[in-house]
Ligand binder design. Sequence first.
Ligand code: PLP
Length: 348
Amino acid sequence: MSSETASLPVIDLRSDTVTRPTPAMLAAMFAASVGDDVYDEDPTVRRLEEMTAARFGLEAGLFCPSGTMTNQIAIKAHTEPLSEVICEQTAHVYLWEVGGIAFHSGASVALLPGNRGRLTAAQVEAAIRPENVHYPTTRLVCLENTHNRGGGTCYSLEDLAAISSVAKRYGIARHLDGARIFNALVATGQRSEDYGQLFDSISVCLSKGLGTPVGSVLLGSADFIRKCKRIRKVMGGGWRQAGYLAAAGIYALENNVSRLADDHRRAARLADVLRQQPYVAEVLAPETNLVIFRLHDSHPAADFLTTLERQGIRASSFGPQWIRFVTHLDVDDAMLARIEAALGMVGE
Ligand SMILES: *Cc1c(COP(=O)(O)O)cnc(C)c1O
């Protein structure tokens, strides 16, 4: 960092996971009633699980340490070895979960190319395996909303319903990786209650943009969640007085959802500013809080990141020329102005 920016707070655009709990959230955590959740005795965990399930029109919830764990538990519960999962080729469950589908579930994966991460019902139907001794058995379709690698893109309810009905017709389970589902709901105006009809299971992250230090909730039927609880245990995810963390989740659901619109507004503004820069070749139109853009070949991503870092701004590269900016709870309008100024100086 240069001397003039050394006293300013670092602006961290690498991910919406980097947020720190606010004093109000910490106060809610300190005040939580807790018990041993492995014995089903933590009232705050139970409340978080129940309120999240009700919000999405599903019966039950399971609070877990991460979205990777909720996704991988769900996939394991829906599949068995010799079966197959259909997902988009850059889906988080496939690309960024350490090959967990092979490791935990011994299942095969059918990868489909999406439109910025989104699949169509026709694509899903064409990927369903016919009965044949040579093929794995298609058991699960896994969608991601918003889609991370696609740049925070949202599905329409119509497209979700079409995929859901294809899966139902073939007797295939439907899982939603909803790490950023609240971003999708806020951006589209869709109702969370409608999602319970569309999916057998949903993974919801509380640590992405909602500002909690840790935690995701897996949602499904009561029977499904009972099965998932055993899988969480074998993964070492049975936790004890987790109510302190669940309290942060409850606080986030009650206070930090509608403000995601501010993150979306700031992302749209950053995209506008980026489009004006001569060194930017392409900006994927943001729909939520992720801005993915490509630099001209004369500007390697690594150099660009170093230049920003000198201004106290951190971001991630998504390939040799690609960068991702993520807006979140800890990026305000004063920081936005600093980012705009820094972007204007890159070419100089
Ligand atoms: C972040 C993320 C997850 C889960 O990540 P964890 O870091 O394990 O909580 C899952 N899916 C998507 C799309 C994500 O962006």
